[in-house]
Design a protein around this ligand. Structure first.
Ligand SMILES: [Ca+2]
Ligand SMILES: [Ca+2]
Length: 266
């Protein structure tokens, strides 16, 4: 009996820990399920259907497939979006919103312009009403250090809209290194700050306007991006549950087991 209860308690602890670590997944895509580029138009809307974001069936992050862009020589090519399933989400300090993805480059060059954005519109969906906020992470070519990974905050930023991550955890050169397969980038949105991570390491923190509800994810810049092909894989949007709710769930679980224990001993 005591062994069973101990096992149940251990399982509860493990579940609570994993729930807190993984969070509530709002959208994730490993791009393994698509037969071809046309199939991406199921969940995603290609903004420029004549020049869509492309499925790559020859490489992936610890997998077989990913998405890539070629090297667009003109604007208005290779960009797609998805509205967050379930509707807009407002991140807080207790329940941050995390957008993570893996990226690779075939070469490190200044003219690369591809990134992933999370957006907020007054109408609660992509391109609906006024753009309230836009956070981007990836690579751009002007007003930044073009040897680095770059980030953008459109409203409530400190300094400039576009900025650079440090060279501590990744540069375009390390990402393009063929011996380094893929690099993980992530943004964690809170009440009025956004944290940028590289391979799980906190690299840069930026301020943003407080209390904004985010509604859509945009993949690719839609701008000319000559020189380097860019790949993205394993895109995941998670709302990390607040620690207090995980603790409450844990305490609740322990309470139930204590009740079962007392009941069985009676
Ligand atoms: Ca994949
Ligand atoms: Ca690489």
């Amino acid at each position: 009996m005591k062994i069973k209860i101990a096992i149940l308690m251990a399982a509860t602890l493990a579940f609570a820990a994993s729930t807190q670590a993984q969070g509530n997944v709002l959208w994730s895509d490993d791009f393994e399920s698509y037969a071809n580029t046309a199939a991406l138009s199921g969940p995603y809307t290609q903004i420029y259907p004549a020049a869509p974001v492309m499925l790559d069936t020859t490489k992936g992050d610890q997998s077989s497939q990913s998405i890539h862009f070629g090297t667009p020589g003109a604007n208005n090519e290779r960009r797609m979006y998805i509205n967050i399933p379930g509707g807009p989400v407002t991140p807080t300090d207790q329940a941050p919103l995390k957008l993570e993805f893996w990226t690779d480059l075939d070469t490190a060059i200044w003219s690369t312009r591809q990134y992933i954005e999370i957006r907020s519109y007054s109408g609660g969906a992509y391109n609906s009403g006024t753009l309230n906020q836009l956070i981007a992470l990836g690579f751009t070519s002007s007003g930044v250090d073009t040897t680095r990974v770059n980030q953008r905050v459109v409203a409530g930023f400190t300094g400039a809209q576009w900025g650079d991550l440090t060279d501590t955890y990744a540069t375009r050169t390390t990402i393009a290194d063929p011996n380094n397969d893929w690099t993980q980038l992530a943004m964690v949105l809170k009440h009025n700050t956004v944290e940028f991570y590289v391979n799980g390491n906190l690299d840069t923190v930026q301020t943003m306007t407080a209390g904004v509800a985010f509604d859509s994810i945009v993949i690719g810049s839609g701008l000319s991006s000559a020189g380097a092909d860019v790949w993205f894989d394993n895109i995941k949007l998670t709302q990390v549950p607040e620690p207090s709710s995980a603790v409450l769930a844990l305490l609740g679980g322990l309470g139930v087991f204590a009740w079962i224990s007392r009941r069985r001993q009676a």
